[in-house]
Design a binder for this molecule. Structure first.
Ligand code: ADP
Ligand code: MG
Length: 393
């Protein structure tokens, strides 16, 4: 066991980043009797506003990091683009989970894919493009494809659809000739993800495989219920996720995203070294949430295998919903009362001060006795809010 762990309630848990994931971590930690400290550059960050301590500095500000380590007895992160050296710096003073080495792999698609291959989990055919000669050497078999920057992409940002070699050259130049991967565009049957939590002692627990629908590169809907995907495919996704986590000697919550192809083949897409949008349903549909497991793994407390007690549909609430009122250019709050009149609806809003199109503002978890009922409620809620229906394709 790491020195100083386990940390009992009354201790202070720190998080780098103050977005919605950190906010939900803070809520879970506070519910269990911990104090919290958040570091984020934004004075109005969703987590900073609800944390006991808030440090408003950049992620590489040495003084800010020292203040975070001063408040917090252990530190985690809510997003993978935290500079790994900042995590290393903190780790000299406090237990940090996940480790900088794991985060460094997850923040670089090239290193990430190499790790997947090492773990024996297949990914989409791809080529690394870091130089003009690698660009020229790309095989035509990868077209049509998707050019993705190796670093700093999220929610479909940093990606370009590529049909021809000329487009590829142009897109790579437009990306500033930074390190990229070109991935073959696969015909997806559907997408899924698996979230595991792994402790300092190597104990690992998992949530069920989540079936995900993306719109415009952003998660829109997650459905989790018995039979949401073929059992053998779900079992392979869970086994692959565990081997990816164990191969990193990972500590904390890890999400791995997969593609499922028409023939049932499972292809790994990417991983996130933190709780994930596709795991938000766990807050209302499971006996332990992904955020509580993040708290427990960070504090060195026992992990328990989650049990899903209700079938569920999660709907993401993007800022676009605030601009449905055509009479006004100003954002207008959606009519939550109508949605909350439906039983089994759980509204989560992240306390963001400004609604913008495409911005993640909150989510709805819908639970019920059986999936048909849940789906019915979800469709109804979507219709009230003006979300596209049907929810699944
Ligand atoms: P992000 O980091 O933005 O989440 P992803 O690599 O997960 O980026 O891509 C976002 C979405 O784009 C995926 O969830 C999937 O819907 C689609 N996508 C990405 N790569 C491929 C691919 N090789 N073939 C088909 N669809 C893809
Ligand atoms: Mg993704």
């Amino acid at each position: 066991m790491i020195r100083g762990l386990p940390l009992m309630p009354g201790a202070t848990l720190g998080v780098l980043g103050g977005g919605q994931l950190a906010r939900m971590f803070v809520h879970a930690a506070q519910r269990m009797g911990y104090f919290t400290a958040v570091l984020d550059p934004d004075v109005a960050s969703p987590a900073g506003r609800v944390s006991h301590h808030f440090i408003q500095t950049d992620y590489i500000d040495v003084d800010g990091l020292a203040r975070l380590a001063g408040f917090a007895d252990a530190i985690t992160t809510e997003f993978e683009n935290v500079p790994a050296p900042s995590l290393d710096h903190l780790a000299a003073a406090r237990p940090v989970a996940p480790a900088a080495a794991s985060v460094a792999i997850a923040q670089d698609r090239i290193a990430e894919k190499a790790h997947f291959i090492r773990c024996g989990v297949p990914c989409a055919p791809y080529a690394v493009i870091e130089s003009a000669s690698q660009l020229d050497a790309v095989s035509d078999d990868l077209l049509p494809g998707i050019l993705k920057t190796a670093r700093l992409g999220y929610d479909g940002k940093g990606q370009r659809q590529i049909a021809t070699r000329a487009e590829l050259a142009e897109a790579w130049a437009d990306a500033g000739s930074v390190a990229c991967v070109l991935e073959k565009r696969l015909a997806l049957d559907y997408e899924c993800s698996v979230i595991v939590a792994r402790g300092h002692d190597g104990q690992i627990v998992n949530f069920p495989a989540q079936r995900n629908l993306h719109r415009d590169g952003v998660l829109a809907v997650t459905e989790v219920y018995e039979g949401n995907m073929p059992a053998d495919c779900a079992a392979r996704a869970i086994a692959a996720t565990k081997s990816i986590a164990t191969g990193l000697d990972y500590v904390g919550v890890l999400c791995v995203e997969f593609f499922v192809l028409a023939d049932g083949e499972l292809v790994v897409n990417e991983m996130a070294p933190r709780p994930h949008n596709s795991g938000h349903y766990t807050m209302d549909a499971c006996d332990v949430s992904q955020f509580e497991l993040q708290v427990r793994s960070l504090a060195g407390l026992p992990l328990t295998q989650p049990r899903q007690h209700s079938p569920t549909v999660m709907l993401n609430l993007l800022g676009d919903l605030w601009f449905r009122n055509e009479a006004s250019a100003e954002p207008t709050e959606p009519e939550w009362a109508n949605v909350l009149a439906l039983s089994g609806v759980h509204l989560h809003l992240y306390g963001k001060t400004e609604a913008r199109r495409g911005r993640k503002m909150g989510h709805l978890n819908i639970t019920g006795a059986d999936i048909d009922e849940v789906r019915g409620t979800a469709d109804f809620a979507a219709a009230l809010l003006g979300l596209p229906i049907p929810l699944s394709e």
